[in-house]
Structures are given as C-alpha cells and as structure tokens.
Design a protein around this ligand. Structure first.
Ligand code: 5RP
Length: 226
C-alpha cells in the first residue's frame, strides 16, 4: 500500500464519523483532501468550516456548504492531517502552512480526529521541522529571538521557509520559520517559549488537542486514542 492509499483509507474512515446536521472542521493537506472528497460523496446535509483557502476552494468545488469559523458557535467535529503523530497524540502540523487557521478551528471543536498514513507515527516529535508562523514586520529580529530559544533547547536556528516562487506567505499574510530538531525533548516548554515571542503568531505543536487518530496501515485503518 502506498502512503497515498493509506491517506485515502484514513480519510474515508473519518468521513464515516460525520452525521447529518453537523458543523465539520475541514483540515488542510493531501490527507484532509481525501476526507473532504469522501465527505462530499456522502451527500450529507452538513456545513464545513475550512482551515485554509485551498480547502475552501476544494469544498466549494465538491458542493459542500461552507461557513466561516465566526459564523458558528462551535464545531462538532474537525478532521485534519498531521506531519507527525507522537506520544499521547501530540502532533506537529503546519507543513502546508495552515497551522494558524487549523489550530483556531481545532480549539473551537468538540472533537478532533487526526488522519494520517502510517509513516507519520513517531516515538518522539521533531524529525519533521517545527513550523512557526510569524508576522512579516520585523521578522528578521523575530527570527533571531527564535534562534536564541532554539539554542536554549539545544536546537539549530530555524530557517525562513521559501519555495521556488520566493517566501512562503500564509493565508493570514504571515511568514513561516521551520525549526529542525531531530528530537523535541520538551514540547510543552518549547511551545510556551515560542509563544512568548512578540511577532510569533503560533507554532505547529498541537498538544492535548487530538481526541483520536485514524491511521492508514497495510493492515487497515488503526484507531488510536491519547
Ligand atoms: C497543513 C498541515 C497538514 O495537515 C500536514 O502538513 C499533513 O499534510 P499531508 O496530509 O499532505 O501529509 O498541517 O498545515
């Protein structure tokens, strides 16, 4: 089974959790896209809250009614992918630069389900560089403060994310620094330190947020709890 087939199986399993009438958080990325497609195929009367412009476009294309986060009091269920799934369903997210809207929607959700292929499971977070979203103004100074924090945690300085088209700009108009580490020993402490920096909007550590994981494996979809 390829990683993409595993992602598809996880996305389709998650779509079965949705019931008519629900407000559903729609994640971002290739795994979340499988979920959105499977959800649309069920034809349920639901409303989706997209976590990125890309997901909003996909949902619209597939005929899913979408609303903004502030149009609803609460999201019943959010389904989203992850870059890494560590102990206790701690996560690294933001590989697709959507971490801010994702975290806002997750935090407004009664239930959050993370979906992924088997390779996303790790013993300790950190193999995937941790995305940190920063405002553009003064970002070089912010980047220096991030490097200072990285040094305190014995990590190399974060790097500004660029693509072949130049700097990566998030849907919120911000920039992303990626903090490569190998292994994050104290995710909660690192997360707190990063949030204390003026200029940091948020980071991709999602701790104590996932209620459940659906992982596509060669043996079928495995369900995990924290
Ligand atoms: C986007 C994310 C994605 O969920 C994460 O990057 C996983 O992507 P994929 O499902 O394509 O592997 O956090 O910001």
């Amino acid at each position: 089974m390829t990683a993409d087939t595993q992602k598809q199986a996880a996305g389709e399993a998650a779509a079965e959790l949705v019931e008519a009438g629900m407000i559903v958080g729609l994640g971002t990325g290739s795994t979340a896209a499988w979920f959105v497609k499977a959800l649309a195929a069920r034809g349920l009367d639901i409303k989706g809250v997209p976590t990125s412009d890309a997901t909003a476009d996909l949902a619209r294309e597939l005929g899913i009614a979408i609303v903004g986060l502030d149009d609803v009091k609460r999201v019943d269920l959010t389904v989203d992918g992850a870059d890494e799934i560590g102990p206790g369903l701690s996560l690294i997210k933001g590989g697709g630069a959507a971490l801010l809207r994702e975290k806002l929607v997750w935090e407004a959700s009664s239930r959050c389900v993370v979906i992924a292929d088997a390779a996303k499971r790790v013993k300790a977070l950190g193999r995937f560089p941790l995305p940190i979203e920063v405002v553009r103004f003064g970002h070089v100074h912010t980047g220096q403060r991030l490097a200072d924090i990285a040094a305190e945690f014995d990590l190399p300085p974060p790097r500004l994310r660029k693509s072949e088209r130049g700097l990566v700009i998030t849907d919120g108009g911000n920039l992303i620094y990626d903090m490569a580490s190998g292994r994050i020993e104290q995710p909660a402490a690192l997360g707190e330190a990063l949030k204390s920096v003026t200029g940091v909007v948020d980071h991709g550590l999602f701790l104590d947020l996932a209620d459940e994981a659906l992982i596509g494996t060669d043996e079928g979809v495995v369900r995990l709890h924290p």
